[in-house]
Design a protein around this ligand. Structure first.
Ligand code: SF4
Length: 334
C-alpha cells in the first residue's frame, strides 16, 4: 500500500471556500502551508533544475480548477475529462504528464469537485447514447484518493445521478475504500500492468504487479466492470521474454471472474526530448529509455518505436494474449 504523505503544501487562498479545501487543511494542519497566487505558475518551481524533479514531487499543490474542457476521445471513452487532480506523486520514467507539465508534474488537487462532477452528470444526459467519461487521464486517481478521498464520493454520486460510465486507469492497489460502496457498475476500472522488471526499474513509486492483480480481482469481485491495460510496452532488452512472463503471471493470478469479464488494451511507449533531459539529471542511474536504433521522431520532440518494430511487437503481443486469454476482447493495440 502506498500513501502519499506530502512534505509541504502550496495552496491558493480561495480553496477555503470549498468543503474539500477546509477538510484538507484539517488533515494536514501539522505540515507547512505556503500561499501561492496560481497553481499553474509557481515560479520558484518553474525555475528549479531538472535534478530537483523528485524533490518537487514531495509537495502537494491545492487549487481550484478553472478550465474544465471535455476532449472527444475514441478509445475506451467518449470524452477525456480533466477531473480532481493533475500530475502525480509517483515517477514513472515515461510518464505522459511530463510532456504537459515538464518538471512541474507534481500532484495538484482541485477542491471544486462538486462543480466538475455536476458538469459531467449534466453532459451525460445530453447525448442519445450512454457516454463514457475518462476521468483519470491527468493523474492517477487511486493515488490521489489517499489524499482527498474523492473517489468513493465520485463513484457513488455518479451511480445515483449520472448516466453512462466513468472510467480511469491505475497503477496502484489502494482500492479498499471502493469495495463496499454503491457503484451500480457504472465505473469501469482499468488496471495498468507491466512486467515486474519494468515496474522495478522504470515505474518508480507504484504498486507491485502482484498487488495490482490482487486489487483488480477484488474490484471485479465487488462487481466493477474491469479491464487490463498493458501499457506502455517498453522494448527493453529481452522484452519479449518479459511480456510473455507478464501474460503468464496474469493468467496464473487473475481470478476466473476477471478472466471472463475483462477487456484488454495495449499501448506502446511514447518518449520525448523532455523526458530524456529530466531523467538524465533526476535519475542518472536509471535505465536509458531512448534508443536511437529502435525509435523515430514523431514531431514536437516526441519519439515512438519504429513502425516495423511496433508491428512486430503488436503481432507478438496479440499472439501471446490469444494464447493465454482466447476469449478476451483486445480493444486496440496502438
Ligand atoms: S502512476 Fe501514472 S500518472 Fe503517476 S507517474 Fe506513473 S504514469 Fe504518471
Amino acid at each position: 500500500m502506498i500513501i502519499f504523505e506530502p512534505e509541504k503544501i502550496y495552496y491558493e487562498k480561495n480553496i477555503f471556500s470549498y468543503k474539500l479545501g477546509k477538510r484538507l487543511y484539517e488533515k494536514y494542519k501539522d505540515i507547512s502551508w505556503i500561499e501561492i497566487e496560481n497553481h499553474n505558475n509557481i515560479s520558484k518551481f518553474r525555475k528549479s533544475s531538472n535534478s530537483d524533479f523528485s524533490k518537487l514531487k514531495k509537495n502537494l499543490i491545492i487549487g481550484v480548477r478553472k478550465t474544465h474542457k471535455f476532449v472527444p476521445n475514441y478509445k475506451t471513452s467518449d470524452f477525456l475529462v480533466p477531473y480532481t487532480s493533475s500530475g502525480c506523486a509517483a515517477s514513472c520514467l515515461y510518464c505522459y504528464l511530463v510532456c504537459h507539465y515538464n518538471k512541474c508534474s507534481y500532484l495538484r488537487v482541485f477542491v471544486n469537485r462538486e462543480e466538475m462532477l455536476e458538469k459531467i452528470i449534466k453532459t451525460s444526459y445530453k447525448s442519445e447514447k450512454e457516454l463514457t467519461f475518462e476521468i483519470g487521464s491527468n493523474s492517477d486517481l487511486i493515488l490521489e484518493n489517499t489524499v482527498t478521498e474523492n473517489l468513493p464520493w465520485t463513484i457513488k454520486t455518479f451511480a445515483k445521478e449520472g448516466r453512462g460510465f466513468l472510467t480511469f486507469p491505475t497503477k496502484f492497489d489502494m482500492i479498499e475504500p471502493l469495495l463496499d460502496i454503491d457503484h451500480k457498475s457504472k465505473t469501469i476500472i482499468r488496471m495498468s500492468v507491466n512486467p515486474e522488471e519494468i515496474i522495478k526499474k522504470i515505474e518508480f513509486g507504484t504498486s507491485t504487479l502482484l498487488k495490482r492483480i490482487d486489487a483488480i480481482n477484488k474490484l471485479c469481485d465487488a462487481n466493477y466492470p474491469v479491464g487490463i491495460l498493458i501499457a506502455p510496452i517498453v522494448m527493453i532488452e529481452n522484452w519479449k521474454e518479459h511480456y510473455e512472463k507478464l501474460l503468464q503471471t496474469l493468467y496464473e493470478n487473475l481470478s476466473s471472474k476477471v478472466k471472463r469479464e475483462m477487456f484488454i488494451e495495449v499501448i506502446f511507449m511514447t518518449y520525448s526530448f523532455i523526458h530524456k533531459a529530466i531523467n538524465k539529471e533526476a535519475f542518472p542511474k536509471a535505465i536509458e529509455l531512448y534508443d536511437k536504433d529502435l525509435m523515430t521522431g514523431r514531431g514536437r520532440g516526441k519519439y515512438s518505436y519504429k513502425n516495423l518494430l511496433k508491428n512486430e511487437g503488436a503481432k507478438f503481443l496479440r499472439n501471446e494474449i490469444n494464447k493465454y486469454f482466447p476469449n478476451t476482447k483486445i480493444e486496440y493495440i496502438v
